[in-house]
Design a protein around this ligand. Structure first.
Ligand SMILES: [Mn+2]
Length: 418
């Protein structure tokens, strides 16, 4: 049995942050999740998969535009013509709200719409039978362990696949333990919610396919879907297929003491040129977040040109009108004073590094902000705030700055990092 595992399509993403910078780029970005889905459907048809599973967050919001629904249904119809069934669930972004009408899906589509775990049995072209278990969000959050509700494999079909939209950590997105999934004795778990491909367990295979199109500068590198081949008595095969139209990248540039504004521009242009070579090789446009390291070496006038956006503006003259483009969307200065902060005291340095790691990678942000995000007024009026990555970055960065200042190493200018 061969499956295409898609998740987190986020059709309808507004990319409003980028729109303030360039409406042309915003238009290209808005189109990108649709193009990625179209490519995914091409791949399903080309590879003659037995079924497509979509593990939630088909849409970016729980109220969709007609355009997004129409596009999605047209892609489902292409699969119907190719005689490929589709099993889908709704996630926390496109949760089903009270009174929502079920779309008029084509006959090949099985939407596991209940918030309770339900299933569908399919007889495949290969002659094999498969059962898909899954649930859909009816709320923005699900705080219970949904995996407990999945039955142990009753062995009534050749294969059993679990669909779940959730996260192993945190508490708002159907938190689960990998071992609980393993204990269900399923053949495959198709997960959604985490936007990077991530294998949690090998046998049985339990994995996130990731989003087919990164939507944010932190959703870096190539994105796509998984083609999963299950064969009785053999290890499960999974192949990543690239679907992203546009990829995001982080790049660091170490500043040179003698750089004028012109020389900085030249260094950045060379970097863009190199990325363009790789863009031509992959056929994917690229967006770059650039950090200028050791920015304290630059003249104040050059620092100002970066801060007031002059440098970016010159670079943007080569705008994304071309089919393939590379663009710097973010240019930050990094004043690396704190590297030397605790050099005299290794144990202090170690605990400082540990605190930083905890701040950036732990669930401290979610824990700290939970009451705020759960507040009735915030939930009613600022619905997607808990998902706002820019807000998260700004708050975590602010906490970091405060930490450095409180420890007593405040930089005189007070802005060691911009
Ligand atoms: Mn998602």
């Amino acid at each position: 049995m061969k499956l295409l595992h898609l998740a987190d399509l986020h059709l309808d993403s507004p990319f409003s942050g980028i729109g303030q910078q360039s409406s042309q780029l915003q238009k290209r970005l808005i189109q990108s999740p649709y193009k990625a889905l179209e490519k995914g459907v091409d791949a399903a048809i080309d590879r003659c998969v037995d079924a497509v599973v979509i593990a939630g967050d088909i849409y970016d919001a729980n109220r969709q535009t007609v355009y997004a629904q129409h596009f999605f249904i047209n892609q489902l119809k292409r699969l119907e013509v190719a005689d490929i069934p589709v099993v889908l669930i709704h996630g926390n972004h496109d949760f089903i709200h009270p009174g929502q009408l079920t779309p008029n899906y084509p006959s090949n589509v099985y939407s596991l719409d209940d918030e309770a775990v339900t299933f569908v049995d399919l007889d495949l072209k290969s002659g094999e039978s498969v059962r898909f278990y899954g649930f859909s969000y009816h709320h923005r959050w699900i705080q219970t362990n949904k995996v407990e509700e999945f039955p142990v494999n009753p062995k009534e079909t050749d294969y059993v696949v679990g669909l779940s939209h959730g996260a192993p950590e945190g508490e708002n997105y159907a938190p689960f333990k990998v071992q609980d999934m393993v204990n269900k004795n399923y053949d495959y778990w198709a997960l959604g919610h985490i936007h990077q491909p991530w294998i949690l367990h090998k046998s049985p295979l339990i994995q996130y396919a990731g989003t087919p199109q990164g939507r944010h500068r932190n959703e870096v590198e190539d994105m796509g879907a998984a083609v999963v081949t299950l064969t009785k008595g053999q290890p499960t095969q999974s192949e990543f297929i690239s679907l992203a139209e546009i990829t995001w990248h982080h790049q660091r540039v170490v500043c040179n003491e003698s750089w004028t504004g012109q020389e900085l521009l030249q260094a950045l242009e060379e970097m863009v040129y190199n990325y363009l070579q790789s863009a031509q090789a992959t056929g994917q446009s690229q967006l770059l977040s650039v950090v200028l390291e050791r920015a304290q070496l630059l003249e104040t006038s050059v620092i100002d040109e970066v801060r007031n956006g002059e440098i970016l503006e010159v670079l943007h003259n080569s705008s994304p009108s071309a089919e393939l483009f590379v663009q710097i969307v973010d240019l930050k200065l990094s004043f690396d004073y704190e590297d030397e902060l605790f050099e005299y005291d290794p144990s202090l340095n170690a605990s400082y590094q540990q605190a930083l790691e905890h701040l950036y990678e732990g669930d401290e942000y979610e824990k700290t902000m939970k009451d705020f995000f759960n507040h009735t007024i915030v939930r009613t009026w600022l619905q997607d705030l808990s998902q706002n990555e820019d807000l998260k970055e700004a708050i975590v960065q602010g906490a970091h700055d405060l930490m450095v200042q409180k420890i007593g190493f405040e930089d005189e200018e007070g802005d060691y990092e911009n």
